[in-house]
Design a protein around this ligand. Structure first.
Ligand code: ATP
Ligand code: MG
Ligand code: MG
Ligand code: MG
Length: 470
């Protein structure tokens, strides 16, 4: 199945099972000034999970477009993209573990057809001695599903930092683990505020034997969620408890929040540990190969960055964001300019966006009609940003080179000049300096912010002055 087919199959299955399929929320959250982007399927639904009634009922599902600018540093690996889609389903006080876990399993093994032998699960170990309940209920449900599928699951192991490696049981499909398998709005089970809801979470990983074993990541799923042979493909949060002064009380209304990465499930479905090989990303990579005349295998990171950043920028443009120097617009500018920088390195000196944006748009026109509707505006917005950065890119790079030659320590002031005169987002210049092995002051960021502040003060002063003169 390709990614579009997986998305449709998922939403059809959810509809069949009584869910209302709701439209995606835009990448820029409505009425929420605390966060720049929608970064999960749960985020736009939080108030309903906390008790408000949803107009579409108690069973909801969607594919939520997400943007995680916090993952930008990870882009270049085989599994993190800043933009991705999260398949989600929610039970608002309706079904719970005994329906959710088998549904998730059914989707993965029977609908998508993943190999049950390569699925690994972690559940919440809690700390029963200290009143933090262990999620045996989920472990039992998973064990039964594995057993029914003919996969040995008798080896449920308790993995903790202390004992993990001693267990030495690589075959264990299901592991009890603590740290990551708990959801609350803030803090772990012991530190979260009294009165807040929280609960255990089951995380699901897909195993790729073809990936070279990387000892840095250990041998268990919980140690591998950010690298190595195991890729996290989804997790189900069970909102089960309210924190009390004494410990935990079961909530009167139990909720489920499931989120699974469409790109990662699609990658598992074609047995590729590299998400860029899926149908929603590979055509972009191929176009970059065509434009640059160089191959993906020799330029993997650069091509991943370009493909990811342009795809994200396209969706931001679809959702009405324009490049600017603040907030969402600044993140968009960073994505576009960083992509152009990497493309420049691959020899694409012009018209990257004119040629790439239509490829991205075509991939999404069926699933998201708004992409087709706003196609021309999106292309125009992104072309304009490319034109303005191309004018100064070469000069900025020369300036960086010159700075490098002096051997002097790069300061926040230098980075400010690169940003102000040549339009280099500060993170991009800092990254350049690091790759070129240029020494940088420890507090370049603070120095840079100081320069920005000073510039702002200057411009305010001159405006005021202007006002008095008038
Ligand atoms: P990871 O540990 O791999 O960073 P996560 O635990 O941060 O993932 P969640 O917040 O649980 O991710 O999001 C739900 C699902 O969305 C993940 O299980 C994964 O399949 C997918 N996902 C999360 N972040 C990304 C990303 N940056 N790119 C692609 N898919 C992602
Ligand atoms: Mg993450
Ligand atoms: Mg994770
Ligand atoms: Mg997770």
């Amino acid at each position: 199945m390709d990614a579009n087919e997986i998305r449709s199959a998922y939403l059809s299955l959810m509809a069949e099972r009584g869910h209302t399929v709701i439209p995606r929320a835009p990448l820029v959250p409505k009425d929420d000034p605390t966060t720049l982007f929608t970064g999960s399927g749960m985020q736009p639904l939080l108030k309903y999970l906390l008790g408000a009634e949803h107009p579409s009922g108690k069973r909801l599902a969607d594919s939520q477009t997400c943007l995680r600018s916090q993952d930008i540093e990870e882009v270049g690996d085989n599994r993190h993209t800043t933009f991705f889609e999260m398949l989600g389903n929610w039970s608002l006080g309706d079904y719970f573990k005994s329906e959710q876990i088998p549904l998730f399993w059914h989707f993965l093994t029977e609908v998508v057809g993943l190999d049950p032998n390569r699925i690994y699960v972690t559940v919440f170990s809690g700390d029963p001695a200290n009143g933090i309940p262990r999620d045996d209920e989920s472990a039992d449900i998973w064990t039964e599903l594995f057993t029914k599928a003919g996969v040995s699951a008798d080896r449920v192991v308790l993995l903790t930092e202390e004992h993990g490696n001693e267990v030495g049981n690589q075959g264990a499909r299901i592991a009890y683990y603590s740290d990551k398998n708990w959801w609350s709005r803030s803090g772990g089970p012991d530190t979260m505020p009294v009165g807040d809801p929280g609960g255990p979470d089951s995380e699901v990983f897909y195993y790729f034997p073809q990936v070279e074993h990387d000892t840095a990541f250990g041998k268990y799923p919980h140690q591998n969620s950010d690298g190595g042979q195991y890729m996290e493909i989804g997790n189900s949060v069970f909102m089960q408890y309210a924190k009390t002064v004494e410990g935990f009380a079961e909530l009167p209304k139990l909720n489920v929040d499931y989120g699974g990465g469409l790109e990662r499930i699609a990658a598992a479905s074609i047995d590729s540990p590299d998400v860029y090989r899926i149908s929603l990303l590979w055509p972009i990579v191929q176009k970059i190969e065509e434009l640059s005349g160089v191959g993906y295998d020799d330029n993997t990171v650069a091509m991943r960055v370009i493909a990811d950043h342009i795809r994200g920028a396209v969706f931001l443009a679809v959702d009405g964001v324009v490049p600017s120097n603040k907030e969402q617009g600044y993140v968009m500018r960073r994505l576009v300019r960083r992509a152009i920088r990497f493309a420049h390195q691959l020899g694409v000196q012009d018209n990257l966006l004119t040629q790439l944006v239509p490829v991205v748009a075509d991939l999404y026109t069926e699933a998201y009609p708004e992409v087709a509707e706003r196609r021309e505006t999106v292309i125009a917005v992104l072309e304009k940003e490319e034109r303005s950065f191309r004018r100064t890119l070469g000069k900025g790079l020369r300036e960086l080179k010159r700075l490098g030659k002096t051997g002097e320590t790069v300061t926040g002031k230098d980075l400010f000049k690169l940003s102000d005169t040549f339009g280099f987002p500060v993170e991009l210049s800092a990254e350049e300096a690091v790759t070129r092995g240029m020494p940088m002051t420890v507090n370049w960021r603070a120095e840079f912010d100081g320069e920005i502040e000073a510039q702002r003060a200057r411009s305010q002063a001159s405006t005021k002055l202007g006002a008095t003169v008038d």
